[in-house]
Design a protein around this ligand. Structure first.
Ligand code: UDP
Length: 488
C-alpha cells in the first residue's frame, strides 16, 4: 500500500483543441506509467464547437486510466471582434492566448476548489500549463501553486522563445524587416525572416503574446519539453547553463520525450490496406500537419514531381485556401468541394493509380509511418511529425510552412544532417524540379540511405532515452520529485 504522504496530485491545463489536449494527456499517461504515486486532473476549457472532437478521446482515457480525472470549466466566449467564425478558433494561436485570459477566473475557481480538498494528498501540488495558456500561471502564482510550462516543441525553438525578450531589447525593427541573421545561443544562426512566423511582426498582437509568454517561461517552476537530450544536445546544454536568459534565472528543463499520441482512429484507415499491398519501404508519404494547405498551382507542381520521380506515394491533399484562383475559375464557393480532379493535373489520378493513393485531408499518420511499406516522409517540420518520424525511423524531406518550422529545419537539416530539405523560392514556392530531385535523392540514392541510417540511430537513441536509466526517464523522475517538493 502506498503511504498517503507519497501521493501527489497535479493539475494539467491544456489549451482548446484536440492536439493540445492529447499532448498533455500523453504527458500525464507517460508520467503515470512510471510513477504510480501521481494522480492528475485535466481541466477542459474547450468551447462547445470543439467538444465533439475531444469527447470520445476523453471517454476512452477515463475508462482505461482512473488516475486521470477530467473536469470541464464553464464555457467562455471570445468577443466577436476576435472570433469572426467559430471554426477559426482552432487555427489561430492569438485566440488561445485571449481565451486563456478570459478563462482565468474559471481556472481560479477550479484550482481553489481542488486546493480545499480535505485530504492533503488530494490537494494539487503543481499546475502544468500549455504554452498557449501561459497566463494561467498568474492564477497559480496567486494561489501559491508552482506552475510548470509544457512546451510542445523542441529545445531549439524553446531557446528562441527564452531569448526573445533579449532580442526584443537589442533592436526595435521587426524580424521580417531585418536583413541578415539572428544569433540565438545554442541554435544555428538563421536569417531573421526565418524566425517563428508569429514573431516576425513586432507590431502584431500575437507578437505581444509571445513576448509576454517568453518572459513568463523564465519565471516558472520548470519547463517540460517533448524532446530527448540526444536529439538536441547543444540546445539542452546552453539553455540549462542559463545562456538564453542572460538577465535572469532559467528554470529547470525536463526533456521527457519523445511522446507520441496516436491520432489514428480519425479517418483514412483504408490506406493501411493499400499499404499492405506495397513493397517494403517503397512508399513516400506526404502530409503537412493539421493546417498545411497549398495553392492549386503548388498542388499541380507537387503532382508533377510525384509523376516525374516515379516513386510510389501516399499523398494527403487539402483544398486550396479561399483566395485561390481555383474557386474563381470553377465559379464555386470555397465551402463547396471542387473534387480532386479539378485541383490536380488532368489525368493524374488515372496515370498514377498503380503506384499512388491520394487521400482527402487526413491520414492516420502514426499508423502510416509505422507501416513497413513506408520508406520516406515529406513533412512541414511540425514537432509532433518530427517526433513520430524519428520514433518510427522514417527518413524525411522537410518543407517548412509556418510557426517555428524554418528554425527546426535549420537545426535538423543544417546542423544534424538528419533530414533532407527542399529549397523554396522567396515566395515559399517549391518547383517540380526541386521536389522531384529531393524525392529521388531520398528514395533512390546513397544520400537517402545515409539519412535513413542517421534516423535509425536517432530512433535507437529515443528508445534508449525512454528505457530504464535513460535520460528522459531520469528527467521524469526529477520532475515528479520537483512536483512533490511543491517548491515555487
Ligand atoms: N496528423 C495526422 N494526419 C495527417 C496530418 C497530421 O495524423 O494527415 C497528425 C500528426 O500525426 C501529428 C499532428 O497531426 O501528431 C500534427 O502535429 P505537428 O506538430 O506535426 O504539426 P501541426 O499540426 O502542429 O502544425
Amino acid at each position: 500500500m502506498m503511504e498517503e504522504a507519497d501521493k501527489c496530485h497535479i493539475v494539467m491545463y491544456p489549451s482548446p483543441g484536440r492536439g493540445h489536449l492529447m499532448s498533455l494527456v500523453e504527458l500525464a499517461l507517460s508520467l503515470l506509467r512510471h510513477h504510480s504515486c501521481l494522480s492528475v486532473t485535466v481541466l477542459i476549457s474547450s468551447p462547445p464547437h470543439l467538444l465533439p472532437s475531444i469527447t470520445p478521446y476523453i471517454s476512452s482515457v477515463s475508462s482505461t486510466t482512473p488516475s486521470i480525472a477530467f473536469r470541464h470549466l464553464p464555457s467562455v466566449s471570445l468577443p466577436p471582434s476576435l472570433s469572426p467564425a467559430p471554426t477559426a478558433f482552432s487555427d489561430d494561436p492569438a485566440m488561445y492566448f485571449e481565451h486563456a485570459r478570459l478563462n482565468n477566473p474559471n481556472l481560479h475557481q477550479a484550482l481553489s476548489e481542488l486546493l480545499s480538498a480535505s485530504k492533503p494528498s488530494q490537494k494539487p501540488k503543481a499546475l502544468v500549463v500549455d504554452f498557449f495558456y501561459g497566463s494561467g500561471a498568474e492564477v497559480a502564482a496567486a494561489l501559491r501553486l508552482p506552475a510548470y510550462y509544457y512546451f510542445p516543441s523542441g529545445m531549439n525553438p524553446l531557446a528562441a522563445f527564452l531569448y526573445l525578450p533579449t532580442l526584443h531589447k537589442l533592436t526595435d525593427t521587426s524580424f521580417k524587416d531585418l536583413d541578415g541573421n539572428v544569433d540565438i545561443p545554442g541554435v544555428p544562426s538563421i536569417p531573421a525572416k526565418h524566425m517563428p512566423s508569429r514573431m516576425l511582426d513586432r507590431s502584431s498582437r500575437i507578437y505581444g503574446h509571445f513576448l509576454e509568454t517568453s518572459m513568463r517561461l523564465a519565471g516558472s517552476a520548470g519547463l517540460i519539453s517533448n524532446t530527448f537530450e540526444a536529439l538536441e544536445p547543444r540546445a539542452v546544454k546552453v539553455i540549462s547553463e542559463g545562456l538564453c536568459v542572460p538577465d535572469g534565472q532559467t528554470p529547470p528543463v525536463y526533456c521527457i520525450g519523445p511522446l507520441v499520441a496516436a491520432n489514428d482512429h480519425i479517418s483514412g484507415q483504408d490506406c493501411l490496406s493499400w499499404l499492405d499491398s506495397q513493397p517494403s519501404r517503397s512508399v513516400l508519404f506526404m502530409t503537412f500537419g493539421s493546417m498545411g494547405v497549398f495553392s492549386s498551382k503548388q498542388l499541380r507542381d507537387i503532382a508533377h514531381a510525384l509523376e516525374r520521380s516515379g516513386v510510389r506515394f501516399l499523398w494527403v491533399v487539402r483544398n486550396p485556401p479561399p483566395d485561390d484562383e481555383v474557386w474563381r475559375n470553377l465559379a464555386i464557393k470555397p465551402e463547396d468541394d471542387p473534387g480532386m480532379d479539378a485541383i490536380l493535373p488532368r489525368g493524374f489520378t488515372e496515370r498514377t493509380k498503380d503506384r499512388g493513393l491520394v487521400l482527402k485531408s487526413w491520414a492516420p499518420q502514426v499508423a502510416v509511418l509505422s507501416h513497413d511499406s513506408v520508406g520516406g516522409f515529406v513533412s512541414h517540420c511540425g514537432w509532433n511529425s518530427v517526433m513520430e518520424a524519428v520514433c518510427t525511423g522514417v527518413p524525411m524531406i522537410v518543407w517548412p510552412l509556418y510557426a517555428e518550422h524554418r528554425l527546426i529545419r535549420a537545426y535538423l537539416a543544417g546542423e544534424m544532417k538528419l533530414v533532407l530539405s527542399v529549397a523554396e523560392t522567396a515566395g515559399g514556392f517549391v518547383t517540380t524540379d526541386e521536389l522531384a530531385g529531393r524525392i529521388t535523392a531520398l528514395m533512390c540514392s546513397e544520400k537517402g540511405s545515409q539519412v535513413r541510417e542517421r534516423v535509425a540511430e536517432m530512433r535507437n537513441a529515443a528508445r534508449e532515452a525512454l528505457s530504464e536509466g535513460g535520460s528522459s526517464r531520469a528527467a521524469m523522475a526529477k520532475l515528479v520529485d520537483s512536483f512533490k517538493s511543491g517548491m515555487m
